[in-house]
Design a protein around this ligand. Structure first.
Ligand SMILES: [Zn+2]
Length: 360
């Protein structure tokens, strides 16, 4: 690794020196014709710039999308509040129904008691009439009958008061039950309204989300990017992302991928750009039958023929996690397998660690 780094460093220093001289010549030419220097990105081919722009759009949601996503989050939170209100309204409704059942039974019982007491009073009155008409008239029997009528009348008064109380309680319970039913209906309706609004906004959000479209356009362009970058590649077109040297056109996307992986608890590192010279060295180190013609698969560790590796363009990265090359069973590989396409990176199936914009 260290050797690799030093080799890269040497090449880059050399390249910078060379570029310094070249730049002065180019700048002089540009200044004589237009009076201004060409933009720094001019060195990056059109397809690579397009790829970069598509991935930027894919990974950068529009303000409208962000606003709608926020609104949806608020609406989902409101939906859960409304859901809790339904639970509460259902409990209130259940309790009101229980109270109503109790009040109906109490009312029926007091009515029956009142009817019985009224009947007893009638019987006592009839008895008093009978004993009053008896001849000879028994004073004791009349007094007893009068007392019985008075007692029955007292009971009727008491039962009537009870009946009034339970009737009032029934009315209250009926009103409470009605209110609880209305409350429950309203709570359900409020939930349904919010649910429908969320469904609509979810559809809107899907319609606004062009990230997959942009990413697939970028993917369709990736082979052209490789061809164009290969034709005009300069070491100055590379940049460092968390210590990994990659081509400028993939830097934004690659940085975001590392950051998002890290946010998911997956810390990724690795090696990106390597020089042609280093690729030649690796062909020897990795035991390829020869440097220039033997297929990559014939080496001890698969190693592309110099001039064909995307590492030489900074468009491929050999990913490591915890200082180790990524294996197919690692959490890092699983994360990349699930997410890398979102950032425009594809795996070379024979090498779980090798991720590039074409999978090559
Ligand atoms: Zn590789």
């Amino acid at each position: 690794m260290r050797q690799d780094h030093r080799a890269d460093q040497r090449i880059r220093t050399g390249a910078r020196r060379f570029l310094g001289a070249a730049c002065i010549a180019v700048l002089a030419a540009v200044l004589t014709t237009t009076g201004t220097a060409a933009p720094a990105s001019a060195a990056v081919p059109a397809a690579a710039q397009k790829w970069s722009s598509l991935m930027w759009h894919s990974l950068t949601p529009t303000p409208q999308y962000v606003a709608l996503r926020k609104k949806l989050a608020d609406q989902r939170s409101s939906l859960s509040t409304r859901s809790a209100r339904i639970t509460q309204a259902r409990a209130t409704h259940g309790a009101a129904q229980t109270s109503l059942t109790t009040a109906v039974a109490a009312d029926a019982a007091t009515r029956t008691s009142l009817a019985l007491a009224t009947e007893a009073l009638t019987t006592a009155r009839n008895k008093l009439t009978l004993v009053s008409r008896e001849r000879p008239r028994s004073g004791t029997a009349v007094t007893a009958a009068k007392n019985a009528v008075a007692a029955a009348a007292t009971t009727v008064t008491a039962r009537r008061a009870e009946a009034r109380t339970t009737a009032a309680a029934l009315k209250t319970a009926q009103a409470a039950s009605g209110a609880a039913t209305t409350g429950l209906d309203r709570a359900v309706e409020a939930w349904r309204t919010m649910y429908a609004a969320i469904k609509i906004n979810q559809q809107r959000l899907i319609a606004l989300d062009k990230s997959a479209q942009y990413a697939s356009q970028a993917a369709a362009l990736s082979r052209t990017v490789v061809t164009e970058v290969r034709a005009s590649f300069k070491v100055a077109d590379t940049t460092s992302v968390n210590g990994i040297t990659v081509h400028r056109s993939v830097a934004f996307s690659f940085r975001r991928m590392l950051a998002d992986a890290k946010a998911d608890g997956v810390v990724l590192s690795g090696g990106g750009f390597r020089t042609r010279q280093r690729q030649i060295e690796l062909r020897k180190i990795n035991g390829c039958p020869d440097v220039w013609t033997a297929p990559a698969s014939s080496c001890r560790v698969p190693t592309a023929i110099p001039g064909r590796s995307l590492h030489e363009l900074g468009l491929a990265v050999d990913v490591t996690a915890d200082g180790r090359t990524l294996g197919a069973d690692s959490p890092g590989f699983r994360w990349l397998a699930a997410n890398a396409a979102t950032y425009g990176f594809v795996n070379l199936p024979s090498e779980p660690w090798h991720w590039s914009i074409t999978g090559g």
